[in-house]
Write a protein that binds this ligand. Structure first.
Ligand code: AMP
Length: 380
């Protein structure tokens, strides 16, 4: 079914991804309704309607589905059981089974293994199993991660010695988790692919990502890797999106090893932080592409307009005094630079480690954009 402008798109989740999705949808003449448990979020503020009810409230979810022509999600930690129930009220794109696979590290990794996609070597540990023995079998260094609901490095500990082993045992002994080999990667890459409800597929150019304390810090486009790696990353992403049968966007995070091998780290069936650069330096943004894909409209051009670097702005950028908020960040520094674009998500309360916004810097080359981005970040 093709959904034309003028119709209403429902979004489950009301964070910054929903906000930027709503901007793109509204520009194409759609109405956007947001379903989000917490009031006053970034997306509800810019949408035609917002419902604040829990994701487990089936009656409210069904009523919400009746108000829209198609449904999508911008948040991964939504229980999938109720979503299976609302399918005949409004079509959910991507399907809830895609979310079910991607929201749990164990299921995601088993799916990659079963379908023979290259992934980080891992072992599964059930609650109550001998975690210490499993860690020793994997060998150090390794990374222990909770199976459910982990993101931005939350719920993971690198184990490299006896002290970190003790920390991991204390944190994870009573829950299901995944132990991964620690990959001493050359760099991290990501590819965002759109697949529309009528089967059209397009991959955005590969981004090179630098994480700091497990949170994305910089995305660099074009990625500074050779053409063969770019082609392999795109080929892998296209194969995964087809196999997973995604309608919408799928972000694929990859590690590039010293041997030139690509390993899938994570899959996210939604717009992705590493695609925010597309708002300012690509013919079509990832948010507009998501709208087009879930509505069955022709996908947009994914050509890069300029080399670009995206920098995340965390609550840390505000002025702090002994843990108390003491003042705004230096927005003028970014706004005064003609190469930079500032995006803030309208979150009411800055907190350390919380994603509050981002900025992009365009320049003649990726290296020049990265230098300028680092200089501007230092002034924030
Ligand atoms: P995740 O939440 O699993 O995507 O992890 C966040 C970040 O932690 C990744 O983007 C990497 O920078 C780092 N990381 C996670 N798993 C590993 C691993 N197995 N080896 C090396 N670094 C990792």
């Amino acid at each position: 079914m093709i959904i034309h402008p003028g119709k209403t798109i429902g979004v489950l989740g009301g964070g910054q991804l929903g906000r930027m999705f709503a901007h793109a949808a509204e520009r194409l003449g759609f109405r956007v309704h947001i379903y989000e448990p917490e009031a006053n979020g970034p997306a509800g503020e810019v949408s035609a309607m917002e419902v604040n009810r829990p994701y487990t409230d089936l009656v409210s979810l069904k009523a919400f589905a009746h108000t829209v022509d198609v449904l999508t999600y911008e948040f991964e930690n939504i229980p999938t059981e109720p979503l299976g129930e609302i399918g005949h009220h409004a079509q959910l794109r991507p399907h809830w089974s895609v979310l079910e696979t991607c929201q749990n590290r164990m299921r995601e990794k088993n799916w990659l293994r079963k379908n023979a996609f290259p992934h980080v070597p891992f072992a599964e540990v059930e609650a109550g199993d001998d975690l210490a023995a499993a860690i020793r079998r994997m060998g150090l260094p390794c990374v222990v991660k909770t199976a459910d609901f982990g993101y931005d490095g939350k719920g993971q500990i690198k184990v490299a010695d006896e002290a970190s082993l003790a920390k991991a045992l204390e944190a994870f002994s009573k829950q299901r988790c995944v132990i991964e080999k620690f990959i001493d990667f050359k760099c991290e890459l990501s590819v965002i692919v759109a697949r529309s409800s009528i089967g059209e597929v397009k991959a955005f150019p590969v981004a090179e990502n630098i994480h700091t304390r497990h949170i994305l810090d910089f995305s660099i486009v074009p990625a500074r890797v050779n053409a063969a790696v770019l082609a392999d990353a795109e080929k892998l992403a296209l194969a995964i999106v087809e196999k997973l049968d995604v309608v919408g966007l799928l972000a694929i995070e990859l590690f590039l090893t010293d041997r030139g091998e690509l390993l899938v780290n994570e899959l996210a069936p939604r717009p992705h932080n590493s695609g925010h650069w597309t708002l300012d330096a690509c013919v079509t943004s990832q948010f507009e592409q998501h709208v087009r894909a879930v509505c069955g409209l022709p996908l947009g051009d994914v050509s890069v307009v300029s080399p670009v670097v995206m920098v995340n702005i965390l609550g840390d950028a505000w002025k702090w005094d002994n843990g108390y908020l003491a003042g705004d960040a230096n927005w003028e520094a970014i706004l005064a630079d003609p190469r930079a674009k500032l995006h803030l998500y309208g979150k009411k309360e800055p907190r350390l480690g919380r994603k509050m916004g981002h900025f992009t810097v365009t320049a003649a080359t990726a290296d020049a954009a990265l230098d300028a981005a680092r200089a501007l970040k230092a002034k924030l």
